[in-house]
Design a protein around this ligand. Structure first.
Ligand SMILES: [Zn+2]
Ligand SMILES: [Zn+2]
Length: 356
């Protein structure tokens, strides 16, 4: 325990307050827990919701936020000893494995799930205690130029669109449309391209569109300068020209914005599948009957089952999903300032906090 005495984390103490550096207590693992020395923890839109928009955390404040964690296991409970010393990605949502939802194969809706930085202290810290169940082992050695800290984004920003894409049944004959191609959408574009689908990227930011264009998107549309009618026409023309059968667009709302949600819904077409990946607390007005008129499907997913993490991680390790243009690292010591920069939209890449 000696080396954990200086363990510390950045706590949210109240909505709107700056994150506050405090010691970490209670790092003693239970029988089925491990303590992970954090290599990196990504800052997610959901953390901003907790810290600034008043979205309540399930564990009362003060709480260390952060659910996008990679690191190395440095302590194990008696039933989790196999994990000692291993590099891991910690799933953002860790199901209990025993409740009716888990038994029925729906672990992402487990009501006894543990989400770091929501149900207990998270990864904006030097260390985090989590259940060993569901940990994703990171094989050694890592590919050149991919540090363990970067793999933190696999915990949420890669696996959540990965799961949405899997559930959509996307295959090489489909056209996939991503509305919002920042981190989550940018990874979605690459996953869909790796599946072989034709990929359309929509965003208001020309820089993000250019990046998507060099990472698998064949058509990019600026929704800030193109109205919905023209975007619909462009997508239909792309489907026709792509040589794919075109039955059932796969549309992914990855912006988490009101305008993005309206665009995604507005692109519904015959047999389409709309997956809502981005979160937005505000309501959006849509004509729900379009689902019926187009014989379309709308779906959402809360994270990704831990058993799918190794396949998502493999895509990153094989270079099918590249992280380099989509992430940036910052010292954990600057967590409060970096978090505020994310809140104020001064960071365009996925910001990762690194204790080392
Ligand atoms: Zn998240
Ligand atoms: Zn469960």
């Amino acid at each position: 325990m000696e080396h954990l005495t200086s363990a510390h984390g950045f706590y949210l103490t109240a909505t709107g307050a700056p994150l506050e550096l405090r010691p970490l207590t209670d790092l003693q693992p239970g029988a089925h827990d491990v303590v992970v020395e954090v290599a990196g923890c990504g800052i997610c839109h959901t953390d901003v919701g907790f810290a600034r928009d008043g979205v309540p955390t399930r564990h009362p404040l003060p709480l260390v936020l952060g659910h996008e964690i990679s690191g190395t296991v440095v302590q194990c409970g008696t039933a989790a000893a196999d994990w000692l010393g291993r590099a891991v990605v910690v799933p953002a949502v860790i199901p209990c494995g025993e409740c009716p939802a888990c038994v029925a194969g729906r672990p992402t809706i487990c009501r006894r799930q543990f989400m770091p930085g929501n149900d207990g202290h998270g990864g904006f810290a030097t260390h985090v205690k989590v259940p060993a169940r569901g940990l994703c082992a990171v094989p050694a050695p890592l590919p050149p130029g991919v540090p363990l800290s970067w793999l933190s984004v696999v915990a949420d920003a890669v696996t959540t669109p990965f799961e949405a894409i899997a559930r959509s049944g996307l295959h090489a004959d489909h056209v996939a449309v991503f509305v919002g191609v920042g981190g989550v959408g940018g990874f979605g574009v690459q996953i869909a391209a790796a599946v072989g689908a034709g990929v359309v990227a929509i965003d208001v930011d020309e820089g993000r569109l250019a990046l998507a264009g060099s990472h698998g998107a064949s058509l990019t549309l600026n929704s800030g300068t193109t109205d919905l009618k023209r975007m619909r026409a462009a997508v239909r023309a792309f489907v026709a020209d792509s040589g794919r059968n075109g039955i059932g667009l796969r549309i992914f709302e990855t912006s988490g914005t009101t305008a993005g949600q309206q665009t995604a819904f507005g692109l519904l077409d015959f047999g389409a599948h709309l997956a809502v990946v981005g979160y937005r607390p505000q309501a959006v007005e849509v004509r729900l009957s379009n689902l019926m008129a187009f014989d379309a499907t709308a779906a959402g997913n809360w994270g990704c089952p831990p058993e799918r993490y190794p396949d998502a991680l493999r895509m990153v390790l094989d270079g099918k999903v590249r992280l380099d243009a989509y992430v940036e690292t910052h010292p954990l010591a600057r967590a409060a300032d970096v978090f505020q920069d994310v809140v104020d939209h001064r960071v365009s890449r996925r910001a990762i906090l690194c204790p080392q």
